[in-house]
Design a protein around this ligand. Structure first.
Ligand code: WT7
Length: 650
């Protein structure tokens, strides 16, 4: 195995936590850490049972873990609780009642603050509005909203009545939304008239209308009035959010939920075309996000915490909503783009709200770098005490820039590795404790038994590249793929015969036991931290009338991490042209959304294939990256294809 996944990155710089940070941190002694770590691994039931008991239960659990139905874990068996109670009621019934829960800033500059008490009321009101439309425990509700407080309110309201939410990123288009609504069997949609992005209104409601033209089971659409753009209205189906909450009570009894009841579905891409509805349940997910928020972000009551992720992705679920709110934190939410109306927008927000903890993605950091140091330098960033990174490997150059220019050399950086599937952070520094190395997510979190193994599941030695696996269940792990348990087993457990969870990432562990994640080893492309399967973009491409065959690969990109390059063969009667290219581009945007738009479309007469007809993606990847193909090409069906591809010119 080693040698197959090369990792040439050599990084020798070390950053121990600053003494003053460590002095104040929740955890700063290696000894205390080792004790906790040992307990979490040697006596996981004791460890996780104790953490879980910090949360409010309606009925105590009888067993911490039941792994007898592997690979589907059951955590906190027999317990009942409600996630919205853990995130709201317990703070409202404490000194935190008047504390700010959400500090919102819209792109046009409007602002809104919700205390825990106010958020609680809004959630209860909207929960009652959902009920008034017949939505009940066990139903699935699609949420297609911009980053406005109503997104968090809607999620928590669903949780309160026991309906599962399925949040669909607002950047996805109508067909992508429709596919997710249908797959999840959603019966209601929560959206907005429009959202603000780079000074323009994105017409969300229009996308919903298009999606619902073939979703007969959706009986209700709740519409937040955000951008005041014109919308088409269906009197029977549509209801304004403000009308729906006007007449209902601000009290709503929380539904007692079983620990293993469904909390949400979240669709993500795998190596085939169909998105997977990742299943997360109630108690384990809450416990995982609660504990990681506490230790990874060293959350304290005085903190103003800002995670820039959209609620459409798992980071927005776990580290905008459930993790920080269950800890009673003050959460900043921003609707728009980082460069609107100026390139310092994020730094202005940090200065204005005195943000102390800032969590963002490498692709954003690389954009900030390119835009220039003068923008952050115009603002007072002295409130910051901790920085975080997530979504893809962070290159050391971006890490150092983040540390020096944003963190001003003072703030530890937590580079957190996890996935939609893991629900919460798995490999990460602990900021008061871990000496960081730029580019490494460092060590596994409590209870996480991560390892690097070869093809046969044998653990590899230091600095040997292999597959990243998790060798035991953890509370916030996925419980399956919605409607397709076989795919769950095949994707994550088959590779190592049910012994380990296979993450799909290549990695190595260095001599200090630090993990260095190289990236995906399957056909998943990460563009600006958004996850796409090559096949999903390919099927969008081939649904264009002119396209016969398409192969999509990821090409390294200095800003977005990877970008999409599409190789396309055209049907008879179609000729390459820039108009056709633009039209295909438009088609992908219509089918999936702007986020999946190919950076480059290359027309070709044929695709390189093996004799058995498999597209040789490795070759295409090299060609897309402009690398001279080495490796073995002896099984190529038609050598001239390769030459033609390389010589490609419009
Ligand atoms: C994939 C998961 C985790 C929430 C956001 C992304 C890559 C994520 C890191 C990191 C290196 C990372 C992996 C992983 N990834 N964080 N800190 N270092 N790679 O969730 O969309 O489910 O993607 O993102 O390849 O498998 P996701």
């Amino acid at each position: 195995m080693s040698g197959e996944i090369e990792n040439v990155l050599q990084e020798h710089r070390r950053f121990p936590p600053a003494a003053d940070f460590a002095a104040e941190a929740r955890l700063s002694s290696e000894e205390a850490y080792q004790r906790m770590l040992r307990e979490s691994l040697d006596e996981p039931e004791l460890f996780w049972g104790r953490v879980a008991r910090e949360l409010p239960w309606m009925q105590p659990f009888e067993r911490v873990l039941d792994w007898s139905k592997r690979p589907v874990a059951q955590w906190f068996v027999g317990g009942k609780l409600n996630v919205s109670v853990a995130c709201l009621d317990r703070h409202v019934n404490s000194v935190r009642s008047g504390k700010r829960a959400i500090v919102f800033e819209g792109e046009p500059g409007d602002r809104r603050t919700l205390t825990y008490q106010e958020l609680h009321q809004e959630v209860c009101r909207f929960a009652n509005a959902l009920k008034a439309r017949g939505i009940k425990k066990g139903d699935r509700v699609a949420i297609y909203l911009p980053m406005v407080p109503e997104a968090a309110i809607a999620m928590l309201a669903c949780a309160r009545i026991g309906a599962a939410h399925s949040v669909v990123f607002g950047g996805f288009s109508a067909p992508a939304l429709r596919e997710r609504i249908l797959d999840g069997g959603c019966t209601a949609v929560i959206t907005a008239d429009g959202s603000w992005r780079r000074g323009l209104v994105q017409p969300l409601k229009a996308q919903v209308d298009e999606a619902l033209s073939s979703c007969p089971d959706v009986h209700s659409v709740f519409v937040v009035q955000r951008a005041k753009n014109e919308v088409v209205w269906s009197a029977r189906r549509d209801v304004w959010w403000h009308d729906a909450v006007a007449l209902v009570s601000a009290e709503c009894e929380p539904e007692p939920m079983d620990s293993e009841d469904l909390l949400f579905l979240l669709y993500t891409s795998g190596s085939t075309g169909k998105p997977k509805g990742i299943v997360h349940t109630t108690a384990g997910y809450l416990v995982g996000t609660y504990l990681t928020s506490q230790f990874v972000f060293d959350l304290r009551d005085e903190d103003v915490y800002w995670c820039t992720a959209d609620v459409g992705w798992v980071t927005g679920h776990s580290y905008v909503v459930y993790g920080p709110l269950s800890n009673g934190a003050t959460v900043v939410m921003y609707e728009g783009a980082p460069n609107t109306p100026h390139f310092g927008r994020f730094w202005e927000i940090i200065e204005r709200h005195k943000v102390t903890i800032f969590y963002t993605a490498p692709t954003a950091i690389r954009s900030f770098m390119r835009w220039g140091d003068e923008h952050p330098k115009k603002f007072d960033l002295s409130s910051l005490r901790l920085l975080g990174s997530v979504g893809e490997p962070i290159n050391p150059e971006a890490w150092i820039w983040y540390h020096q220019i944003i963190g001003q050399g003072r703030c530890p950086i937590v580079d957190t590795w996890w996935q939609t599937e893991t629900g919460s952070i798995m490999i990460t520094p602990l900021p008061g404790l871990t000496t960081t190395k730029p580019g490494s997510a460092t060590r596994p979190f409590f209870g996480v038994d991560a390892a690097i193994v070869d093809e046969h599941g044998n653990e590899l030695g230091p600095n040997q590249g292999g597959f990243l696996v998790i060798r035991r269940p953890w509370p916030s792990m996925l419980r399956g793929i919605w409607g397709d348990m076989q795919r769950y087993v095949d994707t994550y457990w088959k590779k190592f015969e049910g012994r380990f969870y296979f993450a799909g990432d290549g990695a190595r562990r260095d001599e200090d036991g630090y993990f260095w994640i190289v990236g995906r080893i399957d056909d998943v492309i990460k563009v600006s931290g958004h996850r796409f399967s090559t096949m999903e973009v390919e099927s969008a491409l081939v649904s264009h009338a002119a396209v016969v065959e398409a192969a999509v690969v990821g090409r390294p990109d200095n800003i977005t991490g990877q970008s999409i390059v599409a190789f396309i063969t055209l049907g008879p009667g179609f000729k390459p042209s820039s108009e056709l290219r633009a039209d295909i581009d438009k088609h992908v945007i219509h089918e999936i959304g702007k986020v999946a738009r190919p950076a480059e479309i290359r027309f070709t007469e044929a695709l390189p294939k093996t004799r058995s007809g498999k597209i040789m993606r490795r070759l295409l990847r090299d060609i897309a990256a402009g690398i001279e193909t080495v490796g073995d090409t002896s099984t190529i069906e038609d050598y001239t294809v390769l030459a033609k591809l390389r010589a490609y010119e419009d």
